[in-house]
Ligand binder design. Structure first.
Ligand code: SAM
Length: 277
């Protein structure tokens, strides 16, 4: 099955958090009086969060909404699925040395949902965002500070069996996973890069998977490693993944129900910051 389609079907955690952040923090975004604002969504993935969750919050007279993603497959999927004169999707690496010339000071607002924990060079990504914002523009970001799944990546990558498929696992672990004070660390970086930070906080949240089958589906759709594993070994990989989930005590013990819920506690960054005029 197409990976972008699978992702858009099983990204419940990501959609839940995008909704939470939009409901609680979207009101901070400063819209221009004349409308026509240009908006960028970084790491738009399959485009469903951009189109189904972000778009309904935007003022009706916004100018344009551009979704960008590193993955050409995701961008193609989003382009085919969401056609509108004001929405477009482009391939772009937010960590790249240079940003496209036509993106320089081209946006009034930047949003990014569940992407920046995959960016190891945080300084580069944040300074690229600053360059793409117009003076006075702002950004609302949410991404993982830490999550036990990153620990699972680490332990599976060290078990001889999965090592060769997960060599680059560190690229997919949040740079703040082991930080003792992630919000302070990120706020300092934002200010060094040149942002004025109004909100930089960590929310402690819990996502509940109703049973192991749903968690496994989400791993098949979201894990950056799953597709590298030969098909005949994928079931074993999922089984080892579940062993790690149990080892980390994420499985709820219930007497009256055979279906065991899985509770994943994690830390989510919420950032609202702006570029000076
Ligand atoms: C977990 S998905 C989030 C998708 C969507 N925003 C959501 O909330 O469901 C993260 C996306 O970030 C993209 N991504 C990862 N590294 C990136 C980079 N360096 N530049 C741009 N996009 C990147 C991935 O391709 C992926 O589609």
């Amino acid at each position: 099955m197409n990976q972008a389609f699978l992702y858009s079907k099983y990204n419940g955690l990501q959609k839940n958090d995008a909704t939470f952040v939009l409901k609680n923090y979207f009101r901070l975004v400063q819209w221009k009086k004349d409308g026509n604002d240009a908006i960028l969504d970084i790491g738009c993935g399959a485009g469903d969060v951009t189109n189904d969750l972000l778009l309904p919050f935007l003022p009706k007279n916004f100018g344009k909404l551009v979704g960008v993603d590193l993955s050409e497959d995701m961008v193609e999927f989003a382009r085919t699925r969401y056609k509108s004169s004001k929405i477009s999707f482009e391939q772009m690496n937010i960590e790249a040395e240079d940003i496209p010339v036509d993106f320089e000071e081209a946006f009034d607002h930047v949003f990014s949902f569940y992407c920046l924990h995959w960016i190891q060079d945080q300084r580069k990504a944040l300074s690229n965002i600053l360059k793409m914002l117009r003076p006075g523009g702002d950004m609302l970001l949410t991404f993982l500070a830490s999550n036990p799944i990153f620990e699972i990546y680490e332990s599976l990558s060290k078990s001889g069996r999965w090592e060769s498929y997960m060599e680059n696992f560190k690229n997919y672990v949040s740079p703040y996973q082991y930080s003792s004070n992630p919000d302070k660390e990120l706020k300092e970086l934002l200010e060094e890069v040149g942002f004025q930070t109004q909100v930089c906080k960590v929310e402690e949240r819990i996502y509940v998977y109703p049973n192991a089958a749903v968690l496994k589906k989400s791993v098949t759709a979201v894990s950056p490693f799953y597709n590298k594993i030969p098909e005949n070994l994928q079931a074993d990989y999922l089984s080892d993944y579940m062993t790690e989930v149990k080892r980390l005590n994420l499985v709820e013990t219930k007497d009256n129900n055979n279906e065991q819920r899985i509770n994943v506690p994690y830390k989510l960054f919420i950032v609202y910051a702006s570029k000076s005029l």
